[in-house]
Design a protein around this ligand. Structure first.
Ligand SMILES: C[S@@+](CC[C@H](N)C(=O)[O-])C[C@H]1O[C@@H](n2cnc3c(N)ncnc32)[C@H](O)[C@@H]1O
Length: 269
């Protein structure tokens, strides 16, 4: 059994047992779908007719909201049970959503430059090589297209336990090779999954090296000063668990390249 098989089984189980990550969009959320999807103003004011890829975004939340807002939606996910929720929600609301079972690091079924927006919820921790994922996203995103993603912060994935003074213990090597070990502190880790830590050099650096320009970066606040030790919101006060990024695909070649006027190595100044 490969780690992808293990993750597929774990996510199928979460989808089938009503996990918080398999939460579908509510009536209230569907009233203003773009506001629900994007409180930061990263999306264009209208997505009608745009090609949107919800990458590793199964579960019927993102896909339903984008389709309700008028986008042409494709959902790619490893878990058939998560994708079944997307199809179920689309059917019961009379929306059109295309689903594709695939791993995010191999999007060969999708054509080059076919998406205006790629939206990826927290999921890159479930693959060993984030570089492959970024290269695939760069390939399928149109020039000037937007890539919105959320990831687990590497420091959060290094935490293994809480000590007697309620301090969080970093017990995993930042330069770890291979999958993360199981930990006593399971906050921000999903049961039964195999996860990988991606360093900043890969999370942000490799994104830029793959042909994207970073336009914004946020650390969603998950702390609560009233949360007791042991609660995930107590831990959230000390280590931000997630990072959100907005990046834009910019072709570096061609007559209309936005980067054409910039200095490139070898140019005479
Ligand atoms: C946190 S859930 C995201 C879905 C949910 N709609 C949300 O917003 O919370 C992460 C998703 O990543 C998917 N996933 C895990 N490994 C994957 C892989 N290698 N390729 C594609 N999807 C994967 C899971 O099946 C799951 O649906």
């Amino acid at each position: 059994m490969t780690y992808l098989d293990q993750n597929k089984a774990a996510w199928n189980h979460m989808a089938e047992t009503g996990s918080q990550f398999a939460k579908v969009a509510s009536e209230e959320e569907l009233r203003e779908p773009l506001k629900t999807l994007d409180s930061r103003g990263w999306l264009p004011p209208c997505v009608k007719g745009l090609e949107v890829l919800c990458l590793a975004g199964g579960g019927g939340w993102q896909s339903t909201l984008y389709a309700q807002a008028g986008a042409n939606v494709t959902v790619v996910d490893l878990s058939p049970s998560m994708l079944a929720l997307d199809r179920r929600e689309a059917a019961r609301r009379g929306l059109k959503v295309r689903t594709l079972e695939a791993s995010m690091d191999d999007l060969t079924a999708l054509e080059d430059a076919s998406f205006d927006i790629v939206h990826q919820p927290v999921s890159t921790c479930y693959v060993a090589d984030i570089g492959k994922v970024y290269h695939e996203i760069a390939r399928v995103t149109r020039n000037n297209g937007i890539y919105i993603s959320q990831h687990k912060q590497p420091t959060s994935l290094q935490i293994v336990s809480r000590d007697s003074q309620d301090r969080y213990v970093i017990g995993v090597d930042y330069y770890i090779n291979g999958a993360l070990p199981g930990t006593a502190d399971t906050a921000y880790r999903e049961d039964g999954t195999v996860e990988y830590l991606h360093r900043w050099d890969m999370l942000v650096g490799e994104l830029c090296r793959s042909g994207f320009v970073l336009e914004d970066l946020r650390e969603p606040y998950r702390g609560d000063p009233k949360a007791p030790p042991g609660h995930f919101r107590h831990r959230g006060r000390f280590i931000p668990p997630y990072v959100r990024m907005k990046a834009r695909r910019l072709e570096r070649t061609g007559p209309n390249s936005p980067t054409k006027l910039l200095w490139t190595p070898g140019d005479k100044l």
